[in-house]
Every structure is written in C-alpha cells, then in structure tokens.
Design a protein around this ligand. Structure first.
Ligand SMILES: [Zn+2]
Length: 228
C-alpha cells in the first residue's frame, strides 16, 4: 500500500512536471535577442542593490481574495524559509499591489505558473508572476497535493524571479536529461557545477526539489545576493 502511494505521488509529480515543462516552454522560445542577457545564473538579470543598501525585494499580490489567502500564506512562508533564509535578501510587502507597485507582482490564475521576465526585469511588471492555487485547468494532479504544489512551484518561480533559468538547459547537462527536457541555451553564466538536485532542474526526480533549495542552489544564490 505504501509503495503504491509512493508510486502514485511520483506519477503525479511527473505529470505535474511535464505539464509545467510544456507551459513554461513558451517563455524560452522567444526571439533569442529577448533573452540574450539571461542564463542559469543569468548574467545581467540579477537584482542590483546600491552599496551596502538593504537587499529588500518587494512582493505584492495582484488579486488577493479570501479564497487564495491560505495559498498566499504558503507562498510567503516558503519563500521566507528558502530564498530569504539562505541569502541576504529580504522579501517585504506581501500586500495587495498598488497601481504602480514596484517589485515582484504576483497574480493567481488557473494556468501554468510562470514569470514574464527574469530577475530584475520583472521589477514592477504587472502580473509578472503567475501562480496557481486551484489547479482545475492546469496540473489537476496537484489538487490532491495542494499545499506541496503551491509551495514548491512558488519556490521554483521565485528562482526565475531572482534570475535563474532552468538547470537542465546548461551545456553540461547529461544527455538523457537534455534530450528529454532541454529547451535550448541562451547566454548563461554557470555559477556552480551541474546540479541534478536543483530546484530549477526538470530532471530532478523530486518535483521542484520538494520546494527546497539544494546545496548548490544556495551556493549560487549566495554568489549573487550574499549570505544571510
Ligand atoms: Zn521554470
């Protein structure tokens, strides 16, 4: 029984993962010129902070409602205990977006989660990040894993929001993974060795690495944004 359960979870994760791959692919199929400044650790896309200024990133919600309140709490908590905990970054706000709100603007919508830009180019972009919390039209397998899906997908998308692209697009990705999930390369900066456990790697057998940063994710994030 237990094994069946484990297999079921793995199957669900694989389905959700492939749906995520399909949905996210379009982002990487733009004209090369649109993405030439980006990469895994995404040269030019890292957020910039003058001098020794606080490394604060503002996050806001485009459509907060009572129905997505629980999901908003999960997202904030997961980002706080991953990207914030392991870097010098501090994510503040988490309120309804004002009309000209800068920072990372998140909308809940029942479609494939994605970001419209990478890293600092997301600053102030309306609906810059799309997250899902109902999974009726997309990723239906997440309905039975709601909290885990909301948390792990948010942590992955925030990786993009901090400037990271998909790990499996690196030129040193093993062939099988590259053939299955590769999306082509842009202009990348590789901060660490290839990481099969990365939260940004579709070939990771653990869907979005269970929402946790791998040791190398942390290393890369600290190279860009400093240690806590
Ligand atoms: Zn992604």
């Amino acid at each position: 029984m237990r094994l069946c359960f484990v297999v079921l979870i793995a199957l669900q994760a694989a389905l959700a993962s492939s749906a995520a791959a399909q949905q996210e692919n379009f982002i990487f199929r733009g004209k090369p010129s649109e993405y030439e400044d980006y990469g895994y650790a995404v040269r030019g896309a890292a957020w910039r902070f003058p001098g020794d200024a606080e490394r604060v990133l503002v996050v806001c919600w485009e459509n907060p409602t009572p129905a997505n309140e629980q999901a908003r709490r999960w997202v904030q908590d997961q980002i706080t205990k991953t990207w914030q905990r392991h870097t010098a970054l501090e994510f503040r706000g988490w309120q309804a977006c004002a009309a000209r709100n800068k920072g990372i603007r998140i909308r809940f919508n029942d479609e494939g989660p994605h970001v419209r830009k990478f890293g600092r180019l997301l600053d102030g972009v309306s609906n810059g990040m799309i997250l899902n919390h109902t999974f009726r039209n997309w990723g239906a397998s997440c309905q039975s894993n709601l909290e885990a899906c909301v948390r792990s997908i948010a942590a992955h998308e925030f990786g993009h929001a901090l400037g990271f692209a998909h790990e499996q697009n690196r030129p040193d990705t093993p062939g099988e993974c590259s053939r299955k999930h590769g999306q082509g390369q842009t202009r990348e900066t590789m901060l660490t060795p290839y990481d099969p456990q990365s939260i940004m790697n579709y070939c990771n057998p653990d869907y979005n690495n269970h929402g946790e940063l791998s040791a190398l994710d942390i290393k890369a994030a600290q190279k860009l944004y400093g240690a806590p």
